[in-house]
Design a protein around this ligand. Structure first.
Ligand SMILES: Cc1cc2nc3c(=O)[nH]c(=O)nc-3n(C[C@H](O)[C@H](O)[C@H](O)COP(=O)(O)OP(=O)(O)OC[C@H]3O[C@@H](n4cnc5c(N)ncnc54)[C@H](O)[C@@H]3O)c2cc1C
Length: 373
């Protein structure tokens, strides 16, 4: 939807085809990097996004057992301006972000969002490309931008490069309402616990009324599907036995706990075939340890629109988009994995803040609205 909004702003007619039959509330916390917010600022949406997201300072990294501060500062965010202008990351609920984007799309390109359209084939002619959907309908256009996630059907159709690879790790995600969370927030509103073979990360959403918690542990096996496999409190407590009382206390209050296997893919050297290209997780799904997956999709969106501005040739625009995006997203894929190794250190005392990608300005300071392409 961000790509559609950016292309619409650049003067193109856009149509968005989503496989889901309804836009439901799935998923929870997402980090919006400074670069992602620059995109929303350029699209005139930052006020709305800031109103529903929570500003975050640099996260404290703490010892999984003792809670000792290993790096960073406790994140009480005191004194941070909360009007969307501060140059900091924010966290928001995925459903809240979707609602803003869907509303903006309806305002600016009424009727352009089509639900229940699951892509099953791509057909290219001499001067147009067709998306063919499972219900037999099709959409025809000058260019097809496939943003269909880590299990992208479009990627399989265009590149046929196999399935994503299970990394041996499972993520457990749950929510805790403010009252239940309050006794367990010794380290402020956000914190990352660093432990042997596992990590636990939590931050507040929705003006502090909700705590988003994610524990990631090496499990070696994964049999579930997608984003909706339920997890139990007992299962999480067993995986994190011996961890800090705040972690275990929050798990004891967990609501809506789910789990998902962490999958990755090798970077693709090229994304585009003819009049079709990939965007977001479909092109470059990455591990979640830097919280930059959604931000990369949002960065892609504005760079794609910039590549098309004043460029009548689809292949030339795609080439410019890929040249700008493949090095950065491959770097972020590698750095996310590296951050994961650091936050699951055998000895948390080894956590080296200076060497950690999480504090690398080259990663955090990139502005996709102004970066040369
Ligand atoms: C249901 C869900 C819940 C998530 N929850 C979280 C979370 O809680 N925290 C977090 O950090 N990240 C979460 N993520 C991942 C995160 O949102 C993405 O990594 C990131 O936003 C990248 O966005 P994307 O647009 O590239 O892909 P996605 O956000 O994965 O979006 C892909 C979209 O394509 C649609 N789609 C898939 N296949 C087809 C098809 N064949 N035809 C048409 N449409 C198709 C999907 O329904 C989905 O709407 C979630 C993703 C999903 C799909």
């Amino acid at each position: 939807m961000t790509a559609a909004l950016a292309l619409q702003r650049a003067g193109f007619a856009v149509e968005v085809h989503e496989g889901a039959k309804v836009l439901g509330e799935v998923g929870a916390g997402l980090t919006l990097s400074r670069g992602a917010q620059a995109v929303f600022r350029a699209l005139g949406l930052q006020d709305r996004i800031a109103a529903l997201s929570t500003p975050s300072t640099a996260f404290p990294f703490v010892h999984y057992g003792t809670g000792r501060l290993l790096a960073g500062q406790l994140s009480d965010s005191a004194g941070l301006p909360d009007d969307g202008t501060a140059d900091i990351s924010r966290q928001c609920h995925r459903a809240d972000l979707h609602a803003v984007l869907a509303a903006a799309l309806e305002e600016r390109a009424p009727g352009s969002l089509h639900l229940g359209h699951r892509l099953v084939a791509i057909e290219e002619g001499a001067s147009a490309v067709s998306a063919v959907f499972a219900d037999g309908s099709r959409a025809v256009g000058d260019a097809l931008i496939a943003a269909d996630g880590v299990r992208s059907a479009a990627r399989a159709l265009l590149w046929n490069d196999g399935e994503p690879r299970f990394t041996g790790q499972t993520a457990y995600r749950f929510l805790v309402p403010r009252a239940g969370a309050a006794p367990f927030l010794e380290h402020g509103r956000g914190a990352v616990f660093v432990g042997p073979g596992a990590t636990f990360n939590r931050y507040t959403l929705r003006s502090g009324t909700l705590l988003n918690c994610v524990g990631i542990a090496a499990t070696g096996e994964w049999t579930g599907e997608g984003w909706s496999t339920p997890a139990t409190r007992a299962e999480m407590l067993a995986r994190f036995a011996g961890w800090h009382p705040d972690v275990l206390g929050l798990m004891g209050e967990a609501e809506a706990a789910i789990k998902w296997g962490l999958f990755d893919r090798a970077p693709l050297p090229r994304w585009s075939v003819g009049r079709a290209t990939l965007l977001g997780d479909a092109a470059h799904a990455m591990l979640p340890f830097l919280g930059m997956g959604a931000a990369m999709a949002i960065e892609d969106a504005v760079i794609l629109a910039r590549a098309f501005a004043g460029e009548p040739n689809v292949a030339a625009a795609f080439a410019r988009y890929e040249a700008a995006r493949t090095p950065r997203t491959a770097l972020l894929q590698a750095k996310s994995a590296e951050q994961g190794r650091l936050t699951q250190a055998r000895d948390p005392e080894d956590y080296d803040a200076a060497a950690a990608p999480a504090s690398d300005p080259a990663i955090l300071a990139y502005d996709p609205v102004t970066a040369p392409i």
